[in-house]
Design a protein around this ligand. Sequence first.
Ligand code: HEC
Length: 137
Amino acid sequence: MVAACGRSDSGVSGGIPASIRYPDHVAAGGNQPPAVEVKNPIPSDSTVVADGGKIFSAMNCDGCHGGGATGWVGPSLVDGRWRYGGTDGALFQSIFYGRPRGMPAYGGILSPGAIWKIVSYIRAQPVPVTVPTESFK
Ligand code: HEC
């Protein structure tokens, strides 16, 4: 079903996911809580990816995550390894709510649309041939 504004029915209301399923997490008892799997409502193309890259620099994400998000005091976001998951929904949640070990919450600062553009930017980056960290965990 396609809703207004060209958005697909991805369970996103007002651009903010109400609840997020982590496909890679195992819930207690093996049962996932009822939740939708959140997909980026903005179709990714080169303009969206470029916009996301500009926001990534403008918001100083690269001050912690390094130029090209390859890692600095914050972890690399392009090495294919994730602590909290690399799905659209997991990335949105990391950016919107922050993460406990030093990742600020941007939910009150960036609009959901701007966060989704950053998600497109991050997911469009190729995994480098060599990555500087052995393992993030
Ligand atoms: C003050 C430094 C700092 C800034 C600024 C910052 N981050 Fe982070 N970020 C971190 C740290 C440190 C972590 C690791 C948090 C943890 O492990 O709990 C992190 C984690 C993340 C993760 C989760 C990575 C994973 O492996 O699951 C994402 C996604 C992310 N940041 C994106 C961003 C984006 C996008 C911005 C800009 C809007 C940003 N960060 C700005 C420090 C920062």
